[in-house]
Ligand binder design. Structure first.
Ligand SMILES: Nc1ncnc2c1ncn2[C@@H]1O[C@H](COP(=O)(O)OP(=O)(O)OP(=O)(O)O)[C@@H](O)[C@H]1O
Ligand SMILES: [Mg+2]
Length: 306
């Protein structure tokens, strides 16, 4: 019997931190590793849809699926890179308004994806920047892992901690557990600030931060402009290598070693919630998942940026 799919929701309420770039290229790299992958574009901006060369104003989209009109399989399209895509359009914003009138509107995506459980090994959901809205609530209700995408820029840590609060609130509002992981993106190792921030993120997130760091690469911008995942656009590039490494880590999710490493890092008495359970306050959750940061006298920290 097939294992149920790993369902990743890429989240952060911070705009422009690399959610869509990570979603598209991680999905492409997973296909490259032999996985059957569905990318769900849950953002009315439809950037993932466009980054795969599709026009969001033409054809059926996820809005019709969430509106209960069509099964997800009827709307799924094949896109370059061997990926399946559930495309988005602006109509998702209207859905968000209409959904307020429905009972349990946060369960609609979960219900729509359930019939596809045996069709895919991994489902990647690209979330909109509005992390406390009904669209993101649908992603968190559906996912097995919430993947926090953190740009290694100014105020990243504050943003990530705020995002953790949103995740914790969603976990307590829903009777649904999910695991939490984080990935650092837009990393420029030439800047001292980015290097220091990465160290701070590693200290805060411990083993929940993926080892792979997605570096800044003009190739990724080019790939999106060509409507292709990086594995097709520039397979030998450094950026393609970063996403292959991330895909390898994602494929190892579910293996006990990562979660036991986290337990060890936090001490055996820590009441950690991995996967996150619908208990505890957000503050507890944040403390449980994030070990205390060591004090540092780095210039970035003195400026209060870290
Ligand atoms: N690793 C990277 N290297 C170079 N450019 C990148 C990288 N990651 C993202 N970008 C660029 O940064 C911009 C924002 O990225 P992206 O659209 O992935 O962010 P987002 O978090 O999905 O934004 P939004 O919150 O609006 O959905 C885009 O122009 C994208 O091409
Ligand atoms: Mg996006």
């Amino acid at each position: 019997m097939n294992r149920p799919p790993e369902i990743l929701a890429l989240v952060n309420q911070k705009g422009g931190c690399g959610k869509t770039t990570t979603a598209v290229n991680l999905a492409g790299a997973l296909v490259d590793r032999g996985q059957r992958v569905l990318l769900v574009d849950l953002d009315p901006q439809a950037h993932a849809t466009m980054a795969l060369g599709q026009c969001p104003d033409i054809g059926l989209t996820l809005a019709e699926v969430l509106g209960d009109e069509l099964p997800a399989a009827a709307v799924t399209i094949k896109v370059p890179g061997g990926l399946d895509l559930l495309p988005a359009s602006e109509a998702l914003s209207e859905f968000e308004v209409a959904a307020e009138l429905r009972i349990h509107p946060e369960q609609l995506l979960h219900r729509a994806l359930s019939p596809l459980a045996s069709t895919y090994d991994t489902i990647v959901i690209d979330c909109p920047p509005r992390a406390d809205g009904i669209l993101c609530a649908n992603a968190l209700r559906s996912c097995t892992t919430a993947l926090l995408v953190i740009e290694t820029g100014a105020f990243a840590l504050q943003g990530a901690l705020k995002a953790l609060d949103v995740l914790a609130a969603a976990a307590s509002a829903q009777d649904h557990g999910f695991r939490m992981r984080a990935v650092a993106t837009l990393f420029d190792r030439r800047t001292r600030f980015a290097r220091e921030l990465l160290v701070a993120l590693q200290a805060r997130f411990g083993p929940t931060l993926f080892d792979t760091v997605i570096r800044t690469s003009v190739r990724l911008r080019e790939a999106a402009a060509h409507g292709l995942p990086i594995q097709l656009h520039a397979p030998a590039s450094r950026a393609a290598g970063d996403f292959t490494a991330l895909a390898t880590e994602v494929m190892a999710l579910g293996a006990d070693d990562i979660d036991s490493a986290l337990r060890e890092a936090l001490g055996s008495s820590a009441q950690i919630q991995v996967p996150v359970q619908a208990t505890g306050t957000s503050a507890q959750f944040a403390e449980d998942v994030i070990p205390p940061v060591p004090s540092t006298s780095s210039p970035a920290n003195q400026e209060g940026i870290l």
